[in-house]
Design a protein. Sequence first.
Length: 682
Amino acid sequence: MPGNLYLWADSQNAIHALSPERHVELGLLEVPDSPPQNDQTRTNGIDAAGFLPELLWELLAPPHAEEHPLILMLDKSLPRPWHTLAWEQLNWRGAKLGSFLKVIRYAQPATEQPHRSGETLIWDQWPDNKFKEVIHQRQGIERRFKREQIERDIQSGRDLGHFARLVIIAHGGESEAKLLLDKSTKQAWDIRWPATVPYEVLILACAPYQGNFHGLAVACLERGARAVICGHGRLNAALMASALAFWLDADSAAHETLWALQAQQPSEPGGVHWLRYYGDAPVTAYDRLTLGFFQHPEDPKKNPVTELSKSVNDEKQGTVIAFLQAMKDSATTYWPLTQFWLLSVVLYWAEKNKHALFAPIKKQFDSFTVCCDELVPERAYGLAAMYRRQGSYPLAVAQLAEGLQCGTLKPQQEINLLGSLLNNLIDLNVPECGQIIFDRLDNCLANVDDGRQAFHLLDRRARLALRQGNMDAAVLSLQTKRQQVVVQGNEDTRELASLLYVSAWFDRPDVNELAEAALKILPSVPDFGGGNDTGAYLLRALAVWQWRQQPAADFLAAFLPACKEQLIGQDPGPHAYILAYQCLATGCYDNWQQAIAGLEQGRYWLELAAFHALAGQPRETRRALDKFHTLRDGSLQPLANQTLYGIDWLTAEAEQQAVEKAILLADDVTAASLARHGLLPL
């Protein structure tokens, strides 16, 4: 299987190289001008090892390169000499470099399957019948062989995009001013392209090694072509007619088809090895994520890693599950670097959305050995999210500490890691430390245009304010978040649930109005009981309202069987909350032990302590609180060891422990006392 090497230039013109296993910054590297034609065609040729820069040559010619072909993909950001250089004609160990090196100029990772439903259009300007016979033997071809026919097509402005393929057959010129020749007059044929051209374009004409078809190929790409193949050196008409027949009969992409033929035939002068390739690059959908990460590390709008995360965070569960299945079934076909950070993120999404896929993906992850310092923050972020979902806070925080100490940390990575760390600190109830992290995250976001993270910051601000006992700040953030959702034309069910939950705990005047809105939309909320679904959080908020306001009807009863079923599986938290609040509301504790078992299973120790305290169970409260303090102490140790951001983590933990014991173990525990000290279940 061929390897891959993708080269591009960044905004400072530094050259970067990405292989499946590593990323290398080559710096301000230039390739030499193409050698003269007579040097190119002599017996021994130009030795690539002495001609190309050493840094580049080491990447192009790994050990046993002849047995492991390489695909060199040149991004359009590279200067023109990188594309016009006759890579294939350089020599190594007495053989043409093109025997094991395939080059794609103006490489663009394919984003869709080629359109194959239209006919093939052929502009045939070859003087004899070598190509005519090939064409007439096949269906679905429109052939233009008279110059005036071709020019009439072009000059009429006819759109060619509905054709599946375009083939141009002609004598080639010797410069960019003289690309193609009229078959009768031998004068230059001036091509004036229509607005769009077919998906694939094949130009069968001789060309000098300096790549004078480069401008023509780029013009095709700019007009909708995804793959352009053109002459390189003097072509052999008989061999090209055979290649054309093979290409017309194939059902695969242009590059793949002709590479398959190249593998079957020896390298003959003027044969299929003498073609140049532009456009579609063999990069899979998820490999493009890694490529995009390295190409656009500072720009979340261009970084497809962020776009994939956005689709998951928007709860597009079908997309996520398809992604998880693809990773489980085909991970070995993706670049190792892609898998390095992606598998850690996949573990989090599997635990959250498709628990049955978690074990096989975890097995893949555990057997993986590739490492890349630049992707450690991405890997740390994914693993931390997974561990937090499982309630393994010491492991989650340790990953975040490692990621934040990474020497290659980029602004977007720091934002992601700080946001995740803040979520953990809120869960662990260290609000003063959380405020310091929040302020740092807020400062980072002020310098980055990231609307998604700014939106998440509102939720984090609200939850932090609740830990600080600041109801007004929490409500304001949640109201702002809800307003943004409505303005964007999206459903505000999750935001309504958050507002109702807080309002019910603090007995706000608008609580009954919010509850009526929630009751109205509850029947239309789909898929209740899916784990992390919106319906569960809406019902949780209504359960608090029923407990605090004591409405006449016990509307929760109908949902209890589904809640019990969901205690087995992914995250039992929201459903266990509903059962616990229903017990507090009705005074009937038939479902209490199931609720407590669900919370223990999810390691909701602080929340357990709060529920036991409200139920007047001091012994159980102390046990849950001790478990929580052990968990928090182990979680903060990685941060204390690295003195991250100069925070005295252990002092903060000791202060919180004293407050929690005083409030939760008091003789009279009330909803108001818990809310005032930030100990309400979040």
